[in-house]
Design a protein around this ligand. Structure first.
Ligand SMILES: NC(=O)c1ccc[n+]([C@@H]2O[C@H](COP(=O)([O-])OP(=O)(O)OC[C@H]3O[C@@H](n4cnc5c(N)ncnc54)[C@H](OP(=O)(O)O)[C@@H]3O)[C@@H](O)[C@H]2O)c1
Length: 294
């Protein structure tokens, strides 16, 4: 049987690298869509793999530059995208990357005769209508549903790379949390989620898959675990949500891209976020690994 080809958009990111690795391990020829080839190299700060030697091809393109995406899907069977605005980039918004960038990629995929589009949005998107980032994701999901493309939408909870961010705060000795820290969620390791993403390439029809990790914690518990792994006595300050809302209002006024990223963090901290569990990798072990490299 001919080798299948998959385009991975967002290949240099946390999940994207694990997905490249998973597809390559399953025998797919992987074409990475990246803005900078060098960002595929080296182990990531949360141990995501170096994928420079795993990709068969690299298409250099930027979601905000439509012509740069031309030809990205030529000869491709499956498009997988976890491309999103991670951090502020010279005034670029989530709408431009998460929605319009992915829509441009979908148009390319349709023109190139791609068979399936696998897209990563978020779990509980319907409960976060005020988050710009979630809105941008869901506008793209609406485009996907309205298109002639067969699709799978993966809806994960939090990833271990976000837990790495909490670990970083704990390392500095003090964690500030919005809300009372009692909401529960089940974060998932990138390697576990990558299996769900690669499985989706062989789905039939249109599907949406909600997924979280194997263990459920409160926000307080995840931070206590980080302090424990570091051998530090815990210091957690809970801040009322209204302080976060006020900060978001001001930041969003002066810096919309940063506000759109922050709006997601606030939205998830105000609710329970427990999805059907999958995977075997434990947060405790991830924190131990992070602590070992400190
Ligand atoms: N992290 C979480 O906890 C979490 C939870 C639920 C759902 N999700 C969703 O899962 C997906 C992946 O998350 P992640 O944490 O793995 O993302 P990530 O590490 O932030 O990776 C984002 C990827 O998008 C690329 N990108 C950014 N701007 C681009 C542009 N203008 N043109 C082309 N590529 C661009 C980045 O490339 P560069 O390397 O060049 O920046 C990177 O490869 C996202 O859709 C996210 O919303 C994440």
């Amino acid at each position: 049987m001919a080798q299948k080809k998959v385009l991975v958009a967002g290949a240099s990111g946390y999940l994207g690298r694990y997905v490249v690795s998973e597809f390559a391990g399953r025998g797919y020829a992987v074409r990475a869509l990246a803005r900078d080839r060098n960002r595929l190299s080296g182990i990531g700060q949360n141990f995501e793999p170096d994928v420079s030697g795993l990709v068969a091809e690299v298409h250099i393109g930027d979601a905000t530059d439509r012509p740069s995406l031309r030809g990205a899907c030529n000869g491709v069977d499956i498009v997988f995208s976890c491309m999103r605005l991670t951090k502020p980039q010279h005034g670029v918004t989530s709408e431009e990357v998460d929605h319009l960038g992915n829509r441009a990629l979908l148009e390319e995929a349709l023109e190139s005769g791609v068979k399936r589009f696998v897209y990563v949005s978020v779990f509980n998107a319907d409960k976060m209508p005020d988050s710009d980032m979630v809105r941008a994701h869901e506008l793209f999901v609406a485009d996907l549903r309205a298109s002639a493309m067969a699709y799978t939408v993966i809806r994960p909870t939090a990833y271990f790379n976000d837990m790495g961010m909490f670990f970083g705060f704990a390392r500095k000795g003090h964690v500030f949390l919005f809300g009372d820290g009692s909401n529960r969620f089940n974060p998932i390791h990138g390697a576990d989620l990558a299996k769900v993403c690669a499985d989706a390439a062989t789905d039939e029809g249109d599907r949406e898959v909600a997924v979280g990790g194997p263990d459920t914690f409160t926000y307080d518990q995840t931070n206590l675990m980080a302090f424990e792994a570091l051998g530090l006595s815990p210091k957690i300050t809970h801040m009322p949500m209204w302080i976060g809302d006020a900060a978001l209002f001001i930041i969003g006024f002066f810096n919309r891209p940063l506000g759109s990223i922050m709006s997601f963090a606030l939205a998830v901290s105000r609710m329970e976020n427990v999805a059907p569990s999958f995977g075997t990798r434990r947060l405790k072990d991830f924190y131990r690994e992070l602590a070992a490299k400190c």
